[in-house]
Design a protein around this ligand. Structure first.
Ligand SMILES: NC(=O)c1ccc[n+]([C@@H]2O[C@H](COP(=O)([O-])OP(=O)(O)OC[C@H]3O[C@@H](n4cnc5c(N)ncnc54)[C@H](OP(=O)(O)O)[C@@H]3O)[C@@H](O)[C@H]2O)c1
Length: 208
């Protein structure tokens, strides 16, 4: 697959590295421009570009920037594309977002409103990147961790589940995009290692 990544920090780098190791082609981008990613492109063996170029490059595009910047994500270029939302809400970084504070929406539904013609899957948000990079295990391993995802389209979720599997994790479907609150910051599954069975139970038990 060709994977565009908007954001080249902890999340963009970790997913980029694992995707290249799994045989995908990757283009990373940030807000300052590809010239600031010169060394990174050598170390990860990926292409670099502007955010718009990464959006155009990917069959699948990963959003890995601080939540507060989501309105800068290119809308037209991402029309019709599968987009992974890795975002989490941290007031101390993103400022107060009243509709999230009130539990009226989710981070992924905000992104979906901004990208009305893209297909959004929430994934990779509930694991710290050190664990993503180093915690993958072979299928069937008793130590293999489950990771949650949410989205409205089964075929899109299957693509993202395939990435989890390639990276060494068991995918667990948390339901529709509107159910994404179940894996947001502060929930019992957030960045807590557990196997797929335990994760499924916790996602179901979580109360909003
Ligand atoms: N760190 C984790 O372990 C982790 C795990 C799961 C989810 N998350 C979530 O994933 C998101 C990204 O986190 P992170 O830890 O990767 O952040 P980070 O290390 O601070 O990196 C953010 C990246 O986004 C880029 N960026 C910022 N504004 C941009 C814009 N408008 N357009 C394009 N690129 C932009 C920055 O590039 P410039 O420096 O050029 O601005 C930087 O490369 C956050 O919502 C975070 O909560 C983090």
């Amino acid at each position: 697959m060709e994977i565009g990544i908007i954001g080249a920090g902890m999340v963009g780098r970790a997913i980029g590295k694992l995707a290249v190791a799994s045989g995908h082609s990757v283009m990373l981008s940030n807000s300052r421009g590809p010239q600031t990613l010169f060394s990174l492109s050598r170390s990860i063996a990926c292409q670099v570009g502007t955010a718009d170029e990464a959006a155009a490059f990917g069959d699948l595009v990963v959003i890995a920037i601080p939540l507060a910047a989501y309105r800068s994500i290119p809308v037209e270029t991402l029309a019709g594309k599968l987009v992974i939302d890795t975002n989490n809400y941290y007031v101390e970084r993103d400022g107060n977002i009243p509709e999230l504070d009130e539990g009226e929406t989710t981070t992924s539904e905000m992104l979906a409103r901004h990208l009305p013609r893209s297909r959004i899957v929430k994934a990779f948000n509930a694991i710290i990147m050190d664990d993503l990079e180093n915690g993958g295990r072979l299928p069937g391993s008793s130590k293999r961790r489950g990771l949650p995802l949410a989205g409205d389209n089964s075929a899109d979720k299957a693509v993202v589940a395939g990435l989890y599997d390639q990276f060494g994790f068991d995918p667990v479907d948390a339901g529709l995009l509107a159910e994404g609150w179940r894996l947001e910051r502060g929930r019992s599954v957030y960045c807590v290692p557990m196997d797929a069975e335990h994760l499924k139970d916790e996602l179901e038990k979580t109360i909003r």
